[in-house]
Design a protein around this ligand. Sequence first.
Ligand SMILES: C[S@@+](CC[C@H](N)C(=O)[O-])C[C@H]1O[C@@H](n2cnc3c(N)ncnc32)[C@H](O)[C@@H]1O
Length: 203
Amino acid sequence: MTEHAEWDSRYSDAEQIWSGNANEAVVAELTGATPGRALDVGCGEGADAIWLARHGWTVTGLDVSRVALGRAKSAAEAAGVTVEWVHSALLEADLPDTGFDLVTAAYAALLRAPAGAAVRALLGAVAPGGTLLFVHHADFDLSEAAAAHGHDVADYVSPDDVAAALGDGWQIGPGRSRQARVPATPPTSSCGPGERRWTAPTR
Ligand SMILES: C[S@@+](CC[C@H](N)C(=O)[O-])C[C@H]1O[C@@H](n2cnc3c(N)ncnc32)[C@H](O)[C@@H]1O
């Protein structure tokens, strides 16, 4: 099954998968940040992208699932905000080089690609002086969840992969872990704890 089909099938299992609330890590890191152009990679049903748009960012939400993007679009319309939605896998997307002041990838479940291409695509989208916020599960064993989808945790891009690919001059924000508040009843937020943030060098 392709990535597109796999995620479409997963989203099609329920009317809504995620909570509709922006991830706590995204809100905590970006409240008060000066808005600019933002790219939300693996935006899912759109809660983070919509939160960013509400806070003045010009947002592009990118996701491999057409089903998720349809929900994201409806949610943005209901919220009265404009987001550009792009249906594509990260590696197939036609993104402007260094085109975004902020690139977020919150639990984006990106599969590793040869020669670190997925990580390079994330880093390459960040404008000089911009920020990459990579939010990932920490202190949480993802093996079972990954296996349920026919993958190994090692197949996915990790915060360490991103950290290892940073070139000279990137400023690394504190790697923080936080305990996410996840509602007791579904649909739940995608959040799990943990995020790392990097600021791009001035190029
Ligand atoms: C765990 S969900 C997280 C969704 C959203 N960021 C959130 O926190 O609610 C992972 C999302 O990444 C998307 N995704 C997975 N691989 C992708 C890829 N290579 N390119 C773009 N999106 C991808 C999936 O379709 C899914 O919507």
